[in-house]
Structure formats: C-alpha cells, structure tokens
Design a protein around this ligand. Structure first.
Ligand code: PEP
Length: 252
C-alpha cells in the first residue's frame, strides 16, 4: 500500500512576501486533508519563510534543486546540507533543469547520492520530449533516465525515492497526458526499470507520480489509475483552490 503523494513545484514564482501569503492561505486547508503526503516546493529564497509557517503542520517542504557537492567554490549553488536545514524533500532532474541548465542523467545521479547522504527524500523527474514521444522513444528515454538516475543507492534508501513521470510535452502546456497512458508508462517502463535495479519489492514500494498540466479538473483521472501514486503539480500549485482540490482527490 503506497501512501499517495502530491507536491507543488512553484518554479521561479513568488517573492518571500507572496510566499507567506500563499502558504498561509493554503496550509489551513491542506492540514485538514489526511491520508496523503503533501509537499510544497517554493524557490530557494522563500524556503525559510515557508519553513517558519509550516513547522508542525504535517505539510512537507521541498527544494526544487540542489548541488551534489557538500560545499566549496560553486558560485550561486546551494548545497545538500543547506537544503536539509529547512527541507525534507528535493526535486531532482526536472525537465526544465535538464533542458535549460544542461543536467544529464549522471548529474541527476550525483544529486541522488547526495540526497541519500543527507537524508533528503528525492523526487526524481523523468519524461520524454515531444519529439521523442512522436518518434515512439518513450520507453527508451524513461528507462534510461530511471536506470541511470536511480542507480547506486542502498536497499534501505531505494524505497524512499519518489519518481515523477512528467512527459515534457505536457508540462505547462495545458495538454495533459491521459490517466491510462501515464499508467502504462509507469507500470510497463518505470517500475520494471526500478525492479532491475532494486528488485520487485522496491519497484512496488516506490511512489511514482504523474506530472504535466494536472488541474483540479483532471486530477481524479490520474489518481484512479493503479500505478499512479499522486502528482507533481506546477502551475496549479500556485492556485489555492486548485491545489487543495488536487490534494483532496489524491487521498487513499
Ligand atoms: C512541473 O513543473 O513539474 C509541472 C508538471 O508543471 P505543470 O503542472 O504546470 O504542467
């Protein structure tokens, strides 16, 4: 039995003051929803403000990225130990990081190892581009990203990993995949790749989310699928009612 999981990726939106307003508006409503792990991922600058408001609320806090090194001459970067001071979670390998900041599977893997070392729950994103989708490369791409990104952690840590299947063509486009299609990718491509690394038990224990234009209106379609354990939500996570509606539909 996998506990449902919903995370909101705010991307590069909301100042510190705006974060306080949005977290305050959301947290009282989110607190009332049980049976689902809920995580907010504001920008780095807003994490401390969100942390102060969320402490003791049962709502988790996540970073959208981090560096893999513990410290040093990496101007502009944030180290895993710094993330850990405020967060329990970290998004790794988001397609925007891969596309705009050159993140490779090897980099995602290094960050995963750092997450293990610092006790952070990683939310590892995988997914094919439109071009790859149209040329039937989905299986190859998500299998490669899962195998290379997730390899090399301990048997104890592996079940803690959360994977987000996010077809790039569905992110921020309003063109969501279908529940059925997402379920096929997760069940037939992603879980088998995890099973290759850590065995069938771990593959069945790991939460795999769908992400890509999830809204309050279409979330139920994804959550009704047996292999979809929740959602990574971008745009709709900035809207109180939409995000609360998504979270409330995900609960077990
Ligand atoms: C995302 O950023 O991970 C995402 C899924 O965005 P959106 O929900 O806006 O498509």
């Amino acid at each position: 039995m996998r506990t449902p999981f919903v995370a909101g990726n705010w991307k590069m939106n909301k100042t510190i003051a705006e974060t306080r307003d949005l977290v305050s508006a959301m947290s009282s409503k989110l607190r009332e929803i049980s049976g689902v792990e809920k995580v907010l991922c504001p920008p780095f600058m807003s994490l401390a403000a969100a942390f102060a408001l969320l402490e003791g609320s049962g709502i988790g806090l996540g970073a959208q990225n981090m560096h893999w090194e513990e410290k040093g001459a990496f101007t502009g970067e944030v180290a895993p130990g710094m993330v850990k001071e405020l967060c329990g979670y970290v998004i790794l390998g988001h397609s925007e990081r891969r596309a705009y900041f050159g993140e490779t599977d090897e980099i995602v893997h290094r960050k995963l190892i750092a997450a293990q070392k610092f006790g952070l729950t990683p939310i590892v994103c995988v997914g094919e581009t439109l071009e790859q989708y149209e040329s039937n490369q989905t299986r190859e791409v998500v299998t490669r990203q899962t195998s290379l990104g997730l390899k090399g952690v301990s048997a104890e840590f592996a079940p803690r990993i959360v994977v987000a299947y996010e077809p790039v063509w569905a992110i921020g486009t309003g063109r969501a995949s279908t529940g059925e299609a997402a379920n096929v990718v997760i069940k037939d491509f992603i879980r088998p790749a995890i099973a290759e690394l850590y065995g069938e038990q771990a593959a069945q224990a790991i939460r795999v989310l769908y992400g890509g234009s999830v809204t309050g209106a279409n979330a139920a379609e994804f959550f009704s699928q047996p292999d979809v354990d929740g959602a990574l939500v971008g745009g709709a996570s900035l809207k109180v009612d939409d995000f609360v509606q998504i979270v409330s539909q995900s609960k077990s």
